[in-house]
Design a protein. Structure first.
Lengths: 375, 245
């Protein structure tokens, strides 16, 4: 990467041609992106025009506490142009995993991009920021994650919290959260933040967000939790091809039973699909090959906040904090019911002793009246 | 002929539970039972296997459908009861449920001593006679109303994602507030146990009062009548835990 001078930024289309893709592929890509971000057919032309005329958008990609599965996901986006052009090395001005530069050069590239494209670049953050012990758990180039994040966010047009770590803290923020792992939206204020949760998230979402921003000059519409509606408005359950078995009440009981072979619903194996908002069932993974449920594994709800602490992965039943790891709501409920029944039994006995006189009086009174009645 | 020590009480009939209250009560009981049964199935469906094709079956679909219909009935029934708390008789008034005076708190303490601890006074067994709810009961019903609210908010919050109607949409913010559907669903499930425990204790206490006091406690939710000893009535002891107005 050249740190000193940035050549004039080519448009996406120019870059496509330079890489040797025919226009036909480019148009296919534009149509696909339009479909992904939920545009109607007439808007495809707008997308094409934006990609043809607008210079590529600089992206700074920061890595903090994460496992890089998010990066792995996006470089396997289904359309080659996504990885090759939109988010290729040339588009990513700084990303620890994929850039060629390292050390001082890399730091310089980051600085240059931040200065040169102030207010224009897209900041993509992968991983959570450790806030414990003054942030020593994750430092790069002598700076804490928080320092790097704050500096980079300063001049960003928008921030993408890429993956569950950046969106909600993921596994490292699970109890007891030893490093004080904190998601991005709690640290950065005053910038549009797009949350793209998932462990990892679907690669196309990144491309979709960039194309949307390019075409319309603003970030895509977000839901209440700050996720792009185009990808997160439906539950995995709603687009699951095993849904008919759910409605029919036909469930896999164990992983090796006949029902599993028949492809019944994985609900009773703890599938979190009914509580998880993502586009897995539609977009799928690895070039649209499959997704967990199709592979016979229940959804673990990886794009939902706090999914590590919200009960076990292979159980629908809800865990009950403070009652041991084996206790779920129903266990506690049954115990409470037993205790209540026992308490009522004790009360009933105590009543017969403690109110004996009152009860006897009423009874005698009643009997007396009965005797007075004429036969 | 009455024995000397025995004083035969004359009972005065009081119309305590008006028809709308009784209707609300039994509809509510039926709906809550339905919601619990269907809710248990939805959370952990029984293995009802069948040779039928999936397309001929709609078991989970029906359980959910009944659950949702019952939820709507529950919601509107609840709204109606809140309304009746302002227009109904003094025993249905909202002041029977929310402690707004010292008298209310004092009566709760009295009920606690007499009906739970069964304390005696000067060696004498005591009874606490109230016409409508006693203060303790009223307050527990207030807690059930809070539980109703929790169930309505979490339930419709979860349902909002599957509905286009504006009413459930009003609750669409709830899962976002709690941090997602998973935890919202868990709250909904935990709160259900409150209803089960409440029902057990509630039914027990109805029998308890009828057994100890013999004033038509059980049948009052049928005909609306409760009976109070004439002398207690004459004494003008407080008939409701909170003063009116």
């Amino acid at each position: 990467m050249n740190n000193d001078a940035f050549p004039k930024q080519p448009t996406y289309y120019e870059e496509v041609l330079r890489k040797g893709y025919p226009r036909r592929d480019f148009l296919k890509f534009a149509s696909m992106m339009a479909a992904f971000i939920g545009l109607e057919q007439t808007a495809i032309a707008q997308v094409i025009q934006a990609l043809e005329t607008k210079p590529r958008m600089p992206v700074i990609w920061l890595h903090f506490q994460e496992c890089t599965c998010c990066s792995e996901s996006f470089i396997r986006s289904s359309h080659p142009i996504v990885a090759d052009i939109l988010l290729d090395k040339i588009s990513l001005d700084y990303t620890e995993t994929l850039m060629a530069a390292s050390g001082t050069q890399a730091e310089a590239a980051l600085k240059n991009t931040m200065a040169k494209y102030k207010g224009q670049y897209l900041l993509c953050v992968e991983g959570s920021v450790p806030m414990g012990a003054d942030g020593v758990y994750c430092m790069i180039g002598g700076k804490t994650s928080l320092q790097i994040l704050e500096e980079a966010a300063e001049g960003a047009a928008a921030v993408i919290a890429w993956g569950s770590c950046a969106s909600n803290g993921c596994v490292q923020s699970a109890k007891p959260n030893p490093t004080g792992a904190t998601p991005i939206h709690k640290l950065i204020k005053g910038k549009p933040i797009i949350k793209v949760p998932g462990c990892p998230p679907i690669g196309e979402v990144m491309a979709g967000v960039i194309v949307h921003y390019l075409t319309f000059g603003r970030i895509p519409e977000l839901d209440r939790l700050g996720r792009p509606k185009a990808f997160y408005s439906k539950r995995v359950h709603d687009s699951c091809y095993r849904r008919p078995f759910y409605d029919a009440g036909l469930f896999v009981e164990t992983f090796d039973d006949e029902n599993a072979k028949k492809g019944y619903c994985l609900y009773k194996m703890g599938c979190k699909g009914p509580s998880t908002y993502n586009a897995c069932g539609v977009m799928k993974w690895n070039n649209g090959t499959s997704f967990p449920i199709q592979a016979g594994h229940p959804c673990i709800g990886c794009s939902e906040e706090n999914y590590w602490d919200n009960g076990r992965l292979y159980e629908r039943a809800s865990s009950f904090a403070g009652f041991g790891i084996e206790a779920n709501a129903d266990t506690v409920g049954k115990v409470a019911l037993g205790v209540t029944a026992a308490a009522l039994a004790v009360h009933a006995i105590a009543t017969n002793i403690g109110k004996s006189k009152l009860i006897r009086e009423h009874e005698e009174e009643g009997r007396e009246s009965e005797h007075e009645l004429e036969a | 002929m009455a024995k000397k020590y025995l004083h035969i009480h004359r009972l005065r009939r009081v119309y305590v539970w008006e028809l709308p209250v009784r209707f609300y009560h039994w509809l509510n009981a039926l709906i809550i039972l339905t919601l619990i049964v269907t809710g248990f199935y939805i959370s952990n469906p029984l293995a009802l296997l069948s040779k039928q094709e999936a397309s001929f079956k709609y078991t989970m679909g029906w359980f959910r459908y009944v659950h949702f219909v019952a939820a709507y009935l529950f919601f509107f029934n609840f709204i109606f009861r809140l309304y009746w708390g302002f227009v109904g008789n003094k025993f249905a008034n909202w002041k029977q449920f929310i402690p707004t005076s010292k008298r209310f708190i004092k009566e709760m303490w009295t009920v606690f001593k007499i009906d739970i601890l069964m304390l005696r006074k000067n060696g004498q067994q005591q009874e606490h006679l109230s016409v409508g709810h006693n203060a303790m009961a009223g307050f527990i019903y207030f807690l059930t109303f809070i539980a109703f609210l929790v169930q309505c908010f979490t339930g419709f919050g979860l349902y909002a994602a599957m509905s286009g109607w504006w009413l459930p949409q009003l609750f669409a913010w709830v899962p976002a507030f709690f941090g997602g559907d998973i935890v919202t669903r868990q709250i909904h499930h935990w709160a259900m146990w409150f209803f089960i425990l409440f029902t057990v204790i509630h039914v027990y206490l109805v029998f308890y009062h009828d057994y100890v006091e013999g004033r038509g406690e059980i049948s009052s939710m049928g005909g609306g009548w409760k009976f109070i000893e004439e002398e207690v009535f004459e004494q003008k002891r407080h008939h409701t835990p909170n003063p009116e107005h």
